[in-house]
Design a protein around this ligand. Structure first.
Ligand SMILES: [Zn+2]
Ligand SMILES: [Zn+2]
Length: 299
């Protein structure tokens, strides 16, 4: 039997969205980041450092080497057999498709569990919690500042493939998966931009569903704050939300370890956006309406 800690209570309103989660609400199971919001584009926390640029360069270099090795291995095998293996191209597409799922699982995990002092993931958890309070700042963040943490993980993860693997299909999958995971934070940034600030090609890719759309990601930043976690293409979001995959995982973790995700908290200071009204109004009424439709469809 689980004993509710102080500050938690049984909600009379029942499970939110009619879902299976227990009607327990925790007022402050974990607190959001309390660092102050960046106030201008010149804020040092939004600027890239040489360390950020070095990690981004390392991430890009390892992806390029992995892709290069894949191409060389594919050419070598096709010249010996006379045919180019379609499996290499399929592996590249699979990497893109599964990177979207991976981005959702990772985003769900750091949105809901741990805090700034969590080993390894603490800074990412703090950054994503801060992102929910000041989402507009991601569009002001310089590229290397935004991508360096994932680029560092990519550099270390791909290095063994670069050194040890000679299989064209495996290398192509690894490079594609890692590359799209690294770029997911850039796609995320574009999803927060207004249409008028984005190059037409990015808007076209968002509208085509190749990159996560502004409307779909806007739904993630609106109540009940527990859906649309995927940020590469967003292709997995409907499946994950309609089948309540993350809620099942949250229930399993709660009943196994007694740990509540942050998304079970009453919508409050941990999730709600703070900042200048002109920034909160940066989304057009059409995008807000589409975001509400995404939430409604997944209910
Ligand atoms: Zn989030
Ligand atoms: Zn966001």
């Amino acid at each position: 039997m689980h004993v509710l800690p102080q500050r938690c209570y049984f909600s009379s309103s029942g499970p939110s969205r009619g879902h299976v989660r227990p009607a327990i609400r925790c007022l402050a199971s974990t607190s959001a980041a309390r660092r102050p919001a960046p106030t201008s584009i010149d804020d040092p926390s939004l600027q890239s450092t040489w360390s950020h640029r070095a990690w981004l360069t390392s991430g890009c270099a390892t992806i390029a080497v992995t892709l290069g090795k894949s191409a060389l291995a594919a050419v070598a095998s096709s010249s010996s057999s006379g045919v180019v293996e379609p499996g290499v191209m399929v592996a590249g597409l699979a990497g893109y498709f599964l990177a979207d799922l991976g981005s959702g699982v990772y985003h769900w995990g750091i949105d809901n569990y741990g805090n700034a002092s969590t080993p390894v993931f603490g800074s990412q958890i703090e950054a994503f919690q801060g992102h929910h309070k000041w989402p507009w700042t991601i569009t002001r963040r310089q590229v290397a500042n935004n991508l360096h943490a994932l680029a560092r993980a990519v550099a270390f993860s791909l290095l063994p493939f670069d050194l040890l693997c000679e299989d064209a299909t495996v290398l192509c999958f690894a490079a594609s998966f890692a590359g799209f995971i690294m770029m997911s934070q850039q796609f995320h940034s574009w999803a927060h931009s207004t249409k008028s600030r984005l190059p037409p090609i990015i808007v076209a890719l968002q509208d085509a569903g190749v990159l996560v759309s502004r409307a779909q990601h806007a739904a993630h930043h609106r109540p009940p704050y527990n859906n649309n976690y995927c940020i590469v293409s967003g292709a997995w979001n409907r499946f994950l939300d309609e089948n309540r995959v993350f809620e099942v995982l949250e229930m399993a973790i709660y009943f196994r370890y007694g740990v509540r995700p942050r998304s079970w908290s009453e919508p409050g200071s941990d999730w709600t956006e703070e900042g200048p009204e002109e920034e909160k109004r940066s989304l057009s009424p059409q995008v807000v309406a589409q975001a509400q439709a995404h939430v409604t469809m997944s209910q």
